[in-house]
Each structure stands twice: as structure tokens, then as C-alpha cells.
Design a protein around this ligand. Structure first.
Ligand code: ADP
Ligand code: MG
Length: 700
């Protein structure tokens, strides 16, 4: 039959229906193409031979040349084991079999030279290999097709059913045989020449059957580059199509509100980063396309004012604006903060949350629809169908990682024509990750803190030092400062967490008794109004200590608070710790963060604590976080598809990713529709990838 790469795997010689079924279920291999894209996890260097006296207790898989001098069966608890003594000119070791004794006894030739291969064990003061692969030296030399032997991903089921690595190698050889190892080139000639890439066929051959270390490296580079190139190509194309197809409201004026605010009411001088970002946003808003921009800025970098000034541009052009935040506390705070500025400018602004009274709600709906209301701030409540705008021109989402893509698109539909969208996040995302996950958005970064900010001094203390820590709190309060004490999140299910918080609260109340000290407590089980009341007391300085769970994590701003104590700090993730720490250091005073833990710490927790103590830089922390947790965990399942790469690794292949993005941009810049003949192979591949849904796995 005429095979092509979409031929079902069942047709491959040596596969058959049972194996095909297993390959489909266990490895998702349906076609020849899928098999070829099953890339090895690692390689074993089969040109390396060990001597027995060179073995280390950690030598993983080794290859040794020697002879079996004796075979005996040894009784053990259950059944017997077959033990062979194996020797070379430097020493002796053992091979052990727990099954298949008869077959081994029959087939092994004593005192004949074998190449043995397997994983080294150290047991009873002796090295041994359980179930080694044995090959007569003569055979071995004949079979040595390539020096580096691929080790493929596998599953327990596959190895139990006899689909060993050897079998996979066999069928991989078969697929190369049937296709003659000729694969259609997927990149353009220009790209290949300029970057001195291996051809597609050479790369695929060498990734499965490397002829040498250096060819393997080049093969891997080429395939990683290609994988990342097509993802970037798609993201950038999506962005371009978006810009050309979806017309935004052109905000051509920078009008009275913006100018008045800028000239008369700006509470401080903008940082250069803020100025740059506002300029980027203004450009987007003034163009004909709909803005879709992500604004990244560390906690305290001053994103709120950027949001306000963007909304002023919308209002100056006759449009409404909204700002959505993930929690009630945060939206209240935004509202209070922005309301103050809006008063000066004669702009109407309202707050809408789950706890807004029905009568107020009605009024808000009404004034939104008749256009009297300029700005609406709120929580998810903004997304409700009843909330209709007269002419929403700009929607801002604060703290993006709490909201999903679905919610972003819900905001879109609030208008006949989609509003401009600005997504703000305080969780710095490493550049490479941002490029892959948000590659279809435009990205602005505030990479500079307002002047005069001092680094927050961060220390790690053990629970045993609590008395000292309390002494420190007392001193700070005496100086007029305020203190946060944060406990791990209360989940509905976790009675333990709640107990920890309450025990902590009680003990703090004993050490900091009324009337000298006033303590607030805020946690997830409280009613929104009670939370708000307590937050307000703390914000006004009526209480000195705020005992809380992570509900205060996001965005809360009390500049007089200078100490953040995080209890059971080992239980928090890095970005959460960084967010929490960002609650202090907002005023002029030196601020402190104290990470409390017990003595028992995992390596990862220790790395997190050390990172926090070492640096205040959110982007650096994000990089460490990415290394510790991997991209899937950071972005959540929602975007994990983007990171489901076959060969490239977002953390390790950063440089390749940047190159891939650079070239994808360059190709599309000169040929946005990929119609030039030199880009034919790129267009074809792109179409094919879309057709067989290979890329779409990456993108929601
Ligand atoms: P975030 O980026 O975390 O949302 P905010 O917008 O809440 O940060 O700003 C943090 C604090 O810094 C606020 O008190 C704000 O008034 C202040 N701030 C913002 N920009 C500047 C600036 N350019 N100069 C001085 N203070 C600033
Ligand atoms: Mg903020």
C-alpha cells in the first residue's frame, strides 16, 4: 500500500492490532507521524564500556565486556533467584534473574565473551545487574548501528506487555525503512541556510539514531527550533489577524480629563516605566485595532495609576470604562482610591460587587445603560448578563491569573464591538513563559519601582524564635507601625488550617492584650461585609495587627504596615510569598518580612525560603519558581496545553525560544500571509499542523 505519514500505525510491519492498540492508548501514537514524533527522553552511549573496578554506586546504566564463569540458583523467601558470576580483567560482579531461569540456563554460554548492559545495583557489598541485556561480542559489533542508543518514554503497561525499549527501536527502524527516511522539509531554505540547520530528514534520523554526539545536538536543536517556531508563528499570526480583523474604537483624542489630571492632579511624578507603558497603551488605543495588552508589573510598581489614566482616555473619547478585580477587598480599595481622583475630575464612578444592595444595583444598571456612569469598578459581578453598558470602550482586568480566558472573552461581548482590553498582573511571568502563553497579546512591563522604595528586609526564623519575633513586633508597633500575620489558606475542607489560624489568633491576643493593642482578623469564612469592616479598621490604623489568611494576598494597600509575618511559610508557593511580602514596603519606612517555619523542611521549601531572603525582584523570583515547579504548574491546567511540548523545554530552551520568536516575527513581517514562494514550505507545514490539530493542542 501507499504509505504516507498519516497512515495508521496498525499498518506498520511488526506492529499489528494489539500493539497498535497499546501504542494508541499508552503513548497517543495513532499514525506513522506520531511515532516519528515520539522523541527519546535520553540516550545511552553505547560506545562507552566500563571495567568492573570503575563502577560507582551511582553508575546508572553501564555496558561491560566480560565472561560468565558460573551460574547457580539461590533459594530466597519466595522462589529462587538465578545468580551468575561475571568477570573481566579487573574484578567480578553478579547478574541476577528472578524469572525465566530455564531459558537463561539454556542459552548462556559459560566462559564466552559477552557485552552486558543494565542498571547497576549495589547489594551486600557487591555490584550486580538484575536482568542484564546480554549480547555476544561478535553480535554486538554487528548490531551497533549507532553509538548513541535512544531511550523512549514508556509506561508500566507497555513494558509489562513486552513493548520494551528494544521493541520501540525496532519499529522506529521499520518506519524509517518504509518511509525511506525521506521527510518533507518543513522550514524554508532561507531559514535553514541562515541558521545552518540540519534538514528535516537528517534531524529526524539523528534524533532517533544519532551518528554522533554533535549530530544529535544539531538534530535536537533543529527540531526544538521548529516546534517553537510554529507555536510562535501561530501566536503572532493570531495577533496580526486579530489586529487586522477586529476593529477597535479609535480613541483619537487625548482630551480634557487626561490633560487636567496629568497637569493638576498627578499625585507623584510618574516613573519612566510608567510613562513608557502609558505611551504604549495610548498608541494601541489610538490605532484602528482593538487593544489586547498584558501589563506586567511587580507588586507596588504602580499599575493603578496606569489603569486610571487609560480609563481617562476612554472617557475623553466618549466611552465608558470598567475595572474588574478578583476579590471584594481589592475592588473596594480600587474604588476608594480611584473615587478620590474622579471626584476632582467630575467623573462618575461606582462599585459593583456581590454584596451591592439590590436598590443600588438597579441604579447602577440604569446609569450604565443610559451612559451617565463613566467608570464601573467591581468583582466578577461585572460579568453578569444584567450588567449592560451604553458604550464600553475599555475593560481592565487586574490580577489576571485569577481570571480565566473565558472571563476575558465574556467582557468582550459586553459590546457590539469589543472594547479595548488591558490585563494587569502582579505575578511576574518569566519572559519565555509569557511569550508562549500570552504570545498573542502585546506585553508591557513596568520594570521599575517608584523612587525611594527600600528593599524589604526578609529573614527566615524557626518557630522556636517566636518570642524574639514578638519582641520585634512590639518595637515596631511602638514606632507607630502596623503588622500583618498571615496563615496558610483556609479551605472549606481544611479544619486544620482554621484551627491554626484561631490558635494563632488566641496566642497573639494573649501576647498583645487589649487595650494597648487592637487586633483585626480576616479570613475566608467571614462575610464580605465583616471582612471589609475589619480591613477598614486596619487601613485606618485603628488596629495594629492584622491576623489573616491569604485573602489579603492580592493588592491590599496599607502604607503604614511595615511588618509581614508569614506563618508556616514552607506551605506557600514562591509567587504567593512574594505577593504577600508585597503588602508591606508601601510606605517610606523600612519594612520587614519574617518567614516562620518549623525545622523540618523539604529541599524545595528551603530553596523557596532562600530565594525570598536573597532577592526582592519579582522577575528573578518568577524564574526560580519556573525552575522549581515547571511551567504547567505555574500557569495552571488551563494553559498547560500551550506547554505540552514534544521536544522543546520552555525552561531549558529559553534561547531557542527567543530565536524562534525572532524568526517567526521576521518571516511574518516580510510576508504576513505567507504567500511568497520562498515561504511555501512554511505555509504548507502550518496548514498541515492546523489540519491535524497538532498546533491547536497548544492553543485554547
Ligand atoms: P500595584 O502595581 O501593585 O498595583 P499600586 O498602583 O497599588 O501598585 O501602587 C503602589 C503604591 O505606589 C501606591 O501607594 C501608589 O500611590 C504609589 N505609586 C505609584 N506610582 C508611583 C510613583 N511614580 N511615584 C511614587 N509613588 C507611586
Ligand atoms: Mg494593584
Amino acid at each position: 500500500m501507499n504509505t504516507n505519514l498519516q497512515t495508521p500505525i496498525d499498518y506498520l510491519k511488526g506492529v499489528g492490532p494489539n500493539r497498535a492498540d497499546l501504542l494508541r492508548k499508552e503513548l497517543g501514537i495513532h499514525t506513522y507521524q506520531d511515532l516519528i514524533n515520539l522523541f527519546p527522553n535520553r540516550y545511552i552511549d553505547r560506545t562507552q564500556y566500563y571495567k568492573i573496578n570503575q563502577l560507582q554506586q551511582n553508575s546508572a546504566e553501564v555496558q561491560i565486556i566480560g565472561q560468565i564463569t558460573s551460574l547457580k540458583e539461590v533459594a530466597q523467601k519466595r522462589g529462587k533467584r538465578l545468580v551468575a558470576t561475571f568477570q573481566d580483567d579487573t574484578g567480578t560482579m553478579e547478574f541476577v534473574w528472578f524469572r525465566g531461569h530455564k531459558w537463561i540456563r539454556d542459552s548462556i554460554k559459560l566462559n564466552t565473551t559477552y557485552v552486558a548492559f543494565g542498571k547497576i545495583n549495589w547489594f551486600n557489598g557487591k555490584f550486580s545487574i538484575p536482568h542484564p541485556e546480554l549480547e555476544l561480542v561478535a553480535e554486538h559489533e554487528k548490531n551497533l548501528r549507532s553509538a548513541m542508543q535512544a531511550v523512549y518514554p514508556s509506561t508500566e503497561k507497555l513494558s509489562n506487555k513486552g513493548i520494551t525499549n528494544r521493541v520501540i527501536i525496532k519499529i522506529m527502524q521499520q518506519v524509517f525503512l518504509e518511509t525511506k527516511g525521506k521527510f518533507t522539509e518543513t522550514l524554508s531554505k532561507n531559514l535553514i541556510e541562515e541558521q545552518k540547520l540540519l534538514s528535516k530528514s537528517e534531524a529526524l534520523f539523528n534524533v532517533h539514531f544519532p551518528k554522533s554526539q554533535s549530530l544529535l545536538a544539531r538534530a535536537q536543536f533543529r527540531l526544538k527550533f521548529e516546534e517553537l517556531f510554529y507555536i510562535q508563528l501561530q501566536l503572532i499570526l493570531k495577533n496580526l489577524i486579530h489586529k487586522s480583523k477586529i476593529k477597535g474604537f479609535p480613541f483619537t483624542k487625548v482630551g480634557d480629563h487626561f490633560n487636567t489630571f496629568f497637569k493638576e492632579h498627578l499625585p507623584f511624578e510618574l516613573t519612566n516605566a510608567q510613562k513608557r507603558v502609558i505611551k504604549e497603551i495610548r498608541q494601541d488605543l489610538g490605532s484602528n485595532a482593538q487593544m489586547n495588552r498584558l501589563l506586567q508589573g511587580d507588586v507596588g510598581s504602580g499599575k493603578t495609576i496606569v489603569a486610571l489614566m487609560s480609563m481617562l482616555i476612554a472617557i475623553d473619547n466618549g466611552f465608558q470604562a470598567c475595572l474588574m478585580a478578583p476579590t471584594e477587598i481589592l475592588s473596594v480599595q480600587h474604588y476608594n482610591n480611584l473615587n478620590e481622583q474622579c471626584k476632582k475630575l467630575n467623573i462618575s464612578i461606582k462599585l459593583l460587587t456581590g454584596s451591592t444592595k439590590a436598590s443600588d444595583r438597579r441604579k447602577i444598571h440604569e446609569s450604565l445603560e443610559n451612559g451617565e456612569l463613566n467608570i464601573l469598578i467591581g468583582t466578577h459581578a461585572l460579568l453578569e448578563d444584567k450588567v449592560k453598558f451604553k458604550n464600553l470602550g475599555l475593560a481592565i482586568i487586574d490580577e489576571q491569573h485569577r481570571f480565566g480566558v473565558a472571563q476575558r472573552s465574556k467582557l468582550w461581548k459586553k459590546n457590539t464591538s469589543p472594547p479595548h482590553i488591558l490585563v494587569m498582573t502582579a505575578t511576574p511571568i518569566p519572559r519565555t513563559l509569557a511569550m508562549s502563553v500570552y504570545g498573542d497579546l502585546d506585553i508591557s512591563v513596568i520594570d521599575e519601582l517608584p523612587p525611594g522604595r527600600k528593599d524589604i528586609k526578609t529573614v527566615h526564623r524557626f518557630d522556636k524564635n517566636r518570642l524574639q519575633v514578638f519582641g520585634f513586633i512590639r518595637d515596631e508597633i511602638k514606632k507607630g507601625r502596623q503588622v500583618y500575620i498571615v496563615y496558610p489558606l483556609i479551605q472549606e475542607s481544611s479544619a486544620m488550617d482554621y484551627k491554626d489560624l484561631m490558635d494563632g489568633y488566641e496566642s497573639i491576643s494573649r501576647d498583645f492584650p487589649m487595650p494597648n493593642y487592637q487586633i483585626s482578623i480576616v479570613h475566608g469564612k467571614m462575610k464580605a461585609t465583616d471582612k471589609d469592616y475589619e480591613m477598614q479598621r486596619f487601613a485606618k490604623g485603628e488596629t495594629q495587627i492584622m491576623v489573616a489568611t491569604t485573602v489579603i494576598e492580592v493588592g491590599v494597600n496599607v502604607p503604614n504596615a511595615s511588618v509581614m509575618i508569614i506563618e508556616s511559610a514552607e506551605r506557600f508557593g514562591l509567587s504567593q510569598l512574594h505577593q504577600l511580602r508585597g503588602r508591606v514596603g508601601r510606605g517610606a519606612e523600612q519594612s520587614y518580612c519574617i518567614l516562620m517555619t518549623g525545622y523540618k523542611l523539604s529541599n524545595d521549601s528551603r530553596a523557596r525560603l532562600e530565594t525570598m531572603v536573597r532577592t526582592n525582584d519579582g522577575f528573578e523570583i518568577a524564574e526560580v519558581d519556573l525552575k522549581l515547579r515547571g511551567p504547567g504548574d505555574i500557569m495552571g491546567t488551563q494553559q498547560s496545553g500551550v506547554l505540552n511540548l514534544k521536544i522543546a523545554d520552555i525552561v531549558k530552551d529559553k534561547d531557542i525560544l527567543q530565536q524562534a520568536r525572532f524568526y517567526a516575527k521576521r518571516v511574518l513581517n516580510s510576508d504576513p500571509t505567507l504567500t511568497l514562494s520562498e515561504n511555501k514550505s512554511i505555509l504548507n507545514t502550518y496548514k498541515l499542523l492546523s489540519k491535524y490539530k497538532n498546533i491547536w493542542n497548544y492553543i485554547s
